[in-house]
Write a protein that binds this ligand. Structure first.
Ligand code: 13P
Length: 253
């Protein structure tokens, strides 16, 4: 049974005090999760230790970083290594969010290094992929996303690929209020799974969780998550409100 995951990406939002309050509300909420349901909170670096402490007794709640360095350690001022994240007992790390690709020049090859360092340190990368509007308008989204997966993930062994979560986030749907239609999301998720199947075989591709991201809200989560190949969501704006994100967790199938 694939993991169904509701992942919050706070991005660069909320003060420390607001973050504490939001996580405490999330932890104290009555919520009954199935065995394969997981809630992940990708919080800013300075909040990670507090976040790990806050959720540690809550079953199926996990903390994620939003990024890590592509370097192992050393003279890289301002960077945070996967090994440092491991030392905080972190379970997940976002890798290759489109905002990092666009504003910080992260390439597919650099992301392969980040994925490797996460795995080396026992951290599950939530690997983000997705096309810009122009690419979709040219109907080149499939080959674009396939190339992202090939260059950043396909050096991994079968055992390693099972430790990856994929998040498909079409850039044109992020923060725009415009979601992909359920058909568009299912179509791309099925395509990603078929590419994984070609590379690793069906018994592996069937086990990999593929999340959808881009304007997921309490009001549309259930419909989006209902699709066969959609295993939950990576949520920005709507994860900053406890009531919204709790509904999104409850929408997992
Ligand atoms: P929004 O949910 O705000 O569109 O952001 C999606 C996203 O980028 C999550 O990583």
């Amino acid at each position: 049974m694939r993991k169904q995951i509701a992942a919050a990406n706070w991005k660069m939002n909320l003060t420390y005090q607001q973050g504490v309050a939001l996580l405490q509300t999330m932890v104290s909420a009555e919520i009954s999760l199935k065995e394969n349901h997981i809630a992940v909170f990708a919080v800013p670096f300075p909040y990670l230790e507090m976040a790990v402490d806050t959720v540690q007794h809550k079953k199926n709640y996990f903390i994620s970083a939003q990024n890590c360095s592509d370097k192992k350690s050393g003279a890289y001022t301002g960077e945070v290594s996967a090994e440092m994240l491991k030392s905080l007992t972190l379970d997940y790390c976002l890798v290759g969010h489109s905002e990092r690709r666009e504003y910080f020049g992260e390439s597919n090859l650099m992301l392969a290094d980040k994925v490797n360092l996460c795995l080396l340190n026992g951290i599950t990368p939530i690997f983000c992929c997705g096309e810009a509007l122009q690419t979709r308008e040219q109907n080149k989204q499939n080959s674009f996303v396939e190339n992202q997966l090939k260059q950043s993930l396909f050096h991994l062994s079968k055992d390693e690929i099972l430790k990856i979560v994929i998040a498909y986030e079409p850039i044109w749907a992020i923060g725009t209020g415009k979601t992909a239609s359920t058909e568009q999301a299912q179509e791309m998720h099925a395509y990603i799974r078929s590419v994984l199947k070609n590379q690793y075989g069906e018994s592996f591709s069937d086990q990999i969780s593929i999340l959808y991201g881009g304007s997921v809200k309490a009001g549309n989560a259930k419909e989006i998550f209902a699709s066969k190949d959609v295993d939950g969501g990576l949520v920005g704006g709507a994860s900053l409100l406890a009531s919204e994100f709790l509904e999104i967790i409850r929408a997992l199938k």
